[in-house]
Design a protein around this ligand. Sequence first.
Ligand code: SF4
Length: 331
Amino acid sequence: MRLHWRGYTEHLESVYGKRVYRIGLDAGFSCPNRDENRQGGCVFCDGTGASAMYQRKKESVYTHSGPFDEKISSAPPPATLTIEQRCSSIQTQIAHGRAFLKRRYKTELFSVYFQAWTNTYAEIQTLRALYDAALEEGPFVELIISTRPDCITDEVLDLLESYKSRVSKVWVELGLQSANEDTLERIGRGHDAICYIRSANALHSRGIGVCTHVVVGLPSETSHDFEHTCSLINKANSEAVKIHNLHVCGGTRLQDWYAQGEVSVASLRRHVENTIFLLRHLEKDIVVERLLCETPNHRLVAPRTFLDKSAFLSLLEKTMEERDVWQGDLT
Ligand code: SF4
């Protein structure tokens, strides 16, 4: 069945002939936006670094739909490890992730994904050692690095470009979240929209793919803001997007705002409408890598009653089919 948006799995199958799965890593980075004098990070950041659940041993006792647990949501900052310990941890995580994904999906093709925290926020020799340690555990189809728009330097570009001969594609995931400057200020992102455009252009000039993260439903945002964000992503020629519904994690400033009634989170119906609106305003060639946050329930304050991912995707597809609307039909 043809989806009404450009799905990630379908895209990978069309490029590589088979399904490809990412092995998500936590390489022990930090984030400049959580360092001192930077107001404690983004309002929605719970300081757990957003790594894959199969890599989070401490949380393996939790089920995806379990109750909220305040303890796990006030995570301490990442421990300071030596570079040798970090490289060794990466190799352990790759072995663990590969075994898990093979068992679950019977797959043979993997990409390596530096997922947690800001993965270009370190001295260049540290970055090189960590990326090399991962690639030595290959072969990998793609190298994917998640970071912030204000952490792309010329040295980082040189280094990332040098890996193009070792994998089929190098990607950088840039957190934009919104193109609205007032919103970026309000949610404490610590960068502006111009910074995103500058980094996306610089990455493209080196032949590196860009995937842009956005959040729908940020405080005070309207459909006009969503449209503006889509238009910036289109203008930046981002090849892919990850769409997140605004959700409230424990231990965040957003949790305080939510408790005081200053923000609300979208109902399932509203998130379906917001997602359709976004998809229709994004260029049809942009690959949609994610449409829903999958934060496990023990870290989640709200929303508490949402469909799981596959049920959400079915509802989205059914609604778009009934209305005969498609990704990109309003660009
Ligand atoms: S950029 Fe990411 S890791 Fe840094 S404060 Fe924001 S959400 Fe947290």
